[in-house]
Design a protein around this ligand. Sequence first.
Ligand code: SF4
Length: 493
Amino acid sequence: MSKTTPIPPSDYRTAAAAGIASPRLQKSLQGIQNRFGKGAMEFWAKMDDQELRHRVKESRMNTLAHLDIVLAELAKNIRARGGQVYFAATAQDAIDYTLAVAKKNNVKRVVKGKSMTSAEIAIDPALEEAGIEVVETDLGEYIIQLAGDKPSHIIAPCIHLDRAQIGQLFTDKLGIDYSDDPPTLTMAARKALREKMLGAEMGLTGCNLACAETGHISLVSNEGNIRMATTMPDVHVALMGMERVVATFDEHRETLQLLTRGAALQKLSTYVSFQGGPAALTDPDGPREFHLVIIDNGRSKILADPEFREVLACIRCGACLNICPVYGKIGGHAYDSPYCGPIGAVVTPLLDGINKHADLCKGETLCGACRDVCPVENDLPRMLAALRHKLAYGSDRWNTSQHNPAEAYAFALWKLLVSHPVLYRTSLWFGKLFQWPFVRKNKMIGSLAGLATGWTKDRDLPPLAGQTFAQLWKKKYAARRPNESRAQSKEAS
Ligand code: SF4
């Protein structure tokens, strides 16, 4: 039986190489991509309402264009129902507010629903530092918490662990007899979590979607944990990225349909919980206090840039991970962010620094599969190319410096060559002459020297061909031209 080994933080390249080298991870990734990636594409193709994705995309972009008004409407309607709304400009503001609510209510234990926003602002360590016990209640997140690990998928956080590892983890941490039987393990987690739920004073969740017109948030789950975490404790705090709002109930209904289809090929998830204020005195259960924390944390900057605003239309369904050939090989830990896969490769640099995540910006293939599968048709490849442009040339707006000046010089040289045919042909001639010491028996260049070493570190490079395309073209097709013109003149006569 295998032991769970927590994965330490590491850079993109190292973690990607580790992911590729793990047969266990490759099997898991292949499994999820075969089922959900291909499944989502088939789902969209067979959907009766082929206009739904366009409509939702349009409504998302429309809401983003009027975000201040829509958020004000949401806050007004939640406050009218007795809920409290706090606008947090930074992650620290959101943490401070939540800690103040916890302190006021003498909270000793928080039960959480799955929330990427909570991971983005790193609220768990802050709560724990304040002496508050934090318990994840989503099964996948609970496993990750027990393992001291990090999530590796937006929807399936422990996809990188197999059931033997989880069985051993439960034996070590929950003291049950070893089993790798999923229902047995689920029942063990359920028992442990129910006990935690019963004594919790605060529920802390994310927010899948908020509806301004009705003043409520909705939370989807297939386990029922969210409903318990939001109704059993006296206080419910929901953390919401400020873009996760829609204007009308109709838009909410349509967006929700795409979310559950994109996430798990479901027409609707098993549970959809609506929250928008404290429980009424006549309600049998529900929180006494409801707080919605609307978090900016860098989103305003994205909103203000027409090049990247579209990324805020994302509904975090995870479908792009399930089809991405890069995610499908390296897994989620390489992204070192709660947001992994193609969406993470765009949103993490924008929220946390483009230079800091330069390798991440350059890691995707730009094949376009993520754009095809995305329920809201987000053009992630276009945005990745825009990020690379900022790395190549620098950007004041994004405080980005040129990432690799040598690369810029190489392209300047390339531009010079291709715009001067004589120079280009001469350099090819020299290139062919001097490449031979590097060409191996398999007729590939195995390793380049100097600045070009990195290019051949993980792949072979074909040598310059003996004849250029122009020479081949001339040889193969130039001879045909007289016949063609004869045929044409025959036709004409
Ligand atoms: S970019 Fe599209 S596919 Fe990816 S998580 Fe967001 S909504 Fe889903």
